[in-house]
Design a protein around this ligand. Structure first.
Ligand code: SF4
Length: 107
């Protein structure tokens, strides 16, 4: 397994584990949730930013173009909302224009 494939596997495993903690019965509405702070320790660990355009594509693990929270497989809530729930950060809303290192393409 290549270094990049192993890193991706570990990231996706973390995503799957985090998804287990999301309450399946009720998806939080973004309006109910406080905004995720870039200073939050987990957000910082995942290199979360509210502005995906500020991220140098060369520093991302995933080479796909045009990555942001709105087109990430882990985003929840309604298309078009500026702040939306995310499976990785339960109880917080992330910026649709944001990004973090766990970004994954929608299927
Ligand atoms: Fe969540 Fe995806 Fe945005 Fe990361 S890139 S904060 S996983 S929606």
């Amino acid at each position: 397994m290549s270094k990049i494939a192993r890193r991706k596997f570990i990231q996706l495993s973390a995503v799957a584990a985090a998804g287990c903690f999301v309450a399946p019965a009720r998806q939080a509405q973004a309006g109910d949730l406080p905004h995720l702070s870039v200073d939050d320790p987990m957000a910082a660990a995942m290199k979360y930013t509210e502005d995906a355009s500020s991220v140098d594509p060369a520093t991302r693990n995933n080479p796909a173009a045009e990555q942001n929270c709105a087109n990430c497989a882990l985003i929840q809530g309604n298309d078009g909302d500026a702040w939306r729930p995310c499976q990785i950060f339960p109880g917080k809303a992330v910026a649709a224009a944001g990004w973090c290192s766990v970004w994954a393409p929608k299927a």
